[in-house]
Ligand binder design. Structure first.
Ligand code: GMT
Length: 377
C-alpha cells in the first residue's frame, strides 16, 4: 500500500506512535510518505520505502496565525497526485483530520478517492479538542473519517461521551518493539547516575500541567525518606522550571537530575528501577509502556487508559490522581528489597509483550485493507 502519514513530528506520544508505525509499515514493504512540518524525531535516517515531505508555511505580516491546515492540505494533494498515494492516516484530530477532510474534497474534484484513517491520541479529545472553539470542527472531521481509531477503550468512551460521534471507533493500542528492548538488566551504566546502594527512579514526559510534575517530585521526596534513591527527570516543558525550584526548596536538589529531552531513553530506562507517571489524564501512557518493556515497573495514577496498560501487582501499582503518599508507599513496597524488585522487573517486561509491535501493526494493516476494499466496491 502507498500510505501518507500526518503527525506532530516533535517529542510527544502521538508523533512517536505515528513514526514508529510508519517505520514498521515500511519494513513490511509498504511505501510510506510522512507529510509534516519537520522530519519526525524518531526518523533517524531516510530508509527504504520511507519518504518525507516538508510542509512549509509562508510567513506573511497580515497573518496573526499561520494557516498551517491550508499548507498541509495543499502539500497532501500534491503528494497524493505525484506518488499515487492510496490512503491517508492522520494522527491527532487537531488540525490533521480537518486538513485531511479538505484534502479528500480537493482530490475528489480530480476524480481521486482518498480514504482517511484518523487516530485519536488523547489531548486532541480530552483537553484541546473539547474546547468550544474547536469542538464543532473536531466533531465534523471525526465523523467524516473513513475509519476512526483510538489508543484505548477509555479514550473511545471519552470521545463518545464528549462528542456527537456517528461512526464506529476501533481501539488500536499503542505498541512497542519488544525485540529491541534489553533482556538483561546488568550491563547498564548505573554508576553514571547513582551509587550502588541507591534505587533509580525515572520520569519522562513533556512536563505539561497534565503530567502533574509536582506529584513526581513529592512522590520521590517521600520515597527518598525511606530508601536511598535518585530521581532522573527526562523531558522539557512549562513545568520544568518550577519543579527544579521545588526540589531546591524542599532540599532534594542533590538527589534529582533534570536531563532535558533525550535521544538515549533506552539507556536511561536500562538503569532505572521504577517509573513514575502520576498524570491528571492519560489516554494510554506510551511512556509507561516503554518503561515496562525495558523491565521498569510503573507507579501511575489510575486515570484514563492507564489501567489498561499498568496492571496492579504485576507491572507496578496505580493510585488515585494526586494521592502522592499512596504512590510513595506502593513504590517503596516494590523497591524495598532486591528480590521483589527483580520480580516486578520481570513481570513488567512480560506484561508489556501484549503490546508488541508484531501484534498491533497488523491491526492497522487490516483496517487499511478493509477501507481500501470498501472503496473498490
Ligand atoms: O501527553 C503526551 O505525552 C503527548 C500526547 C501526544 O498527543 O503526543 O500523548 C498522547 O498520545 C499518546 C500516544 O497515543 C498516549 O500514549 C498518551 O497517553 C497521550 N497523552 C494524554 O492523553 C495526556
Amino acid at each position: 500500500m502507498k500510505i501518507a502519514i500526518v503527525c506532530y513530528p516533535t517529542f510527544g506520544g502521538s508523533g512517536v506512535v505515528a513514526t514508529e508505525l510508519g517505520i514498521a509499515l515500511a519494513e513490511r514493504g509498504h511505501e510510506i510518505h510522512f507529510v509534516t512540518y519537520q522530519q519526525p524525531v524518531r526518523l533517524d535516517f531516510l530508509a527504504k520505502n520511507i519518504h518525507f515531505h516538508e510542509v512549509h508555511v509562508e510567513k506573511y505580516p497580515l497573518f496573526l496565525y499561520q494557516p498551517y491546515e491550508l499548507a498541509l492540505s495543499s502539500k497532501l494533494v500534491e503528494t497524493v497526485k505525484q506518488y499515487g498515494i492510496e490512503l491517508l492516516h492522520v494522527h491527532y484530530a487537531i488540525p490533521h483530520a480537518y486538513a485531511g477532510y479538505m484534502t479528500k474534497k480537493m482530490l475528489a474534484e480530480s476524480g481521486i478517492h482518498l480514504p482517511m484513517v484518523t487516530t485519536l491520541h488523547g489531548t486532541d479529545i480530552t483537553l484541546v479538542g473539547n474546547h468550544p472553539s474547536f469542538k464543532t470542527a473536531v466533531t465534523f472531521s471525526i465523523n467524516k473519517s473513513d475509519v476512526v481509531t483510538s489508543v484505548s477503550e477509555s479514550l473511545k468512551q471519552d470521545t463518545l461521551r464528549l462528542f456527537d460521534i456517528k461512526v464506529p471507533i476501533e481501539v488500536v493500542p499503542n505498541f512497542i518493539d519488544i525485540s529491541a528492548q534489553p533482556q538483561g538488566f546488568t550491563e547498564c551504566q548505573r554508576e553514571l547516575m547513582a551509587g550502588p546502594e541507591e534505587r533509580i527512579i525515572t520520569h519522562i514526559s513533556n512536563f505539561r500541567p497534565v503530567k502533574r510534575i509536582q506529584d513526581v517530585v513529592h512522590v520521590f521526596e517521600a520515597i527518598a525518606r525511606e530508601i536511598p534513591a535518585k530521581l532522573i527527570m527526562v523531558g522539557e516543558g512549562p513545568e520544568r522550571e518550577y519543579a527544579e525550584h521545588r526540589c531546591r526548596e524542599i532540599g532534594i536538589a542533590d538527589k534529582v537530575r533534570f536531563v532535558g529531552n533525550s535521544n538515549e531513553i533506552d539507556k536511561i530506562l536500562c538503569f532505572s528501577d521504577l517509573f513514575l507517571l502520576p498524570s491528571e489524564k492519560e489516554s494510554f501512557g506510551l511512556a509507561a509502556l516503554e518503561a515496562m518493556a525495558s523491565g521498569v515497573p510503573v507507579i501511575s495514577s489510575n486515570t484514563g487508559g492507564l489501567p489498561e496498560v499498568n496492571k496492579a501487582g504485576v507491572s507496578g501499582y496505580l493510585s488515585e490522581v494526586g494521592d502522592v503518599e499512596d504512590m510513595a508507599q506502593k513504590a517503596v513496597s516494590i523497591l524495598k528489597d532486591d528480590e521483589t524488585l527483580a520480580r516486578f522487573k520481570k513481570q513488567s517486561q512480560a506484561h508489556a509483550a501484549q503490546f508488541d509491535i508484531k501484534k498491533i501493526v497488523p491491526l492497522y494493516e487490516a483496517l487499511y485493507q478493509s477501507v481500501l476494499n470498501t472503496a473498490l466496491l
